[in-house]
Design a protein. Sequence first.
Length: 175
Amino acid sequence: MKVVTFAATSSRNSINKQLVSYAASLLDSAESEILDINDFELPLFSVDREVELSQPELAKLFLQKLRDADAIIISFAEHNSSYSAAYKNLFDWCSRIETKVFQGKPMVMLATSPGGRGGQTVLAAALESAPRFGGEVKASLSVPSFNSNFDTDVGELTNEELKAKLNAAVKSLLA
C-alpha cells in the first residue's frame, strides 16, 4: 500500500507536518511519501491566469502523486478559521484540471494547532467538502494544544488518548 501524506501549509517548520509525518510512521506495512506543498508552488489562481497558463505542470504533478497513491493523509493548518493560502491555491489549480482532486482515495484528515481547538474549524470545512472532490474520508482527528501533546524531540504524541485515536484513524486506511 502506498500512502501520500502532506501538511496543508507552506510553513517549513509546521506542526501539521510533524503530525502528518508521525501519522505516516504508524503505518508499518505501508510505503509513505511525505509531500511538501512548497514543491508545488504556483501563481495565485484566477481565471485570467488559467487562460494564460492553462494547466501548470506542478498542478499536474501533484495530481499524479495523488493518483499513484492508494490512500491520502492530510493535516490542515488553520489560518483565520480556514485553509492556508498555499493549500487553497494549489487545490484551486488542481480542481480545474480534475474536479475530483482526491480521485476516490480513502483518506484520513487531521488538524492541529497550538490552541485548545486544534484546528477544528478548518478540519470541519475539509471534512464537509472532501466527498464533493472525490475523497472517501475514513477517519479524522483534531489534536488540540500541540505543544502540550506532542514531543518534538521524539516526534510523537505524548497524550495516550490522542495517540490511540490517531493510531485507529490511520489503521482505518488498511480496512
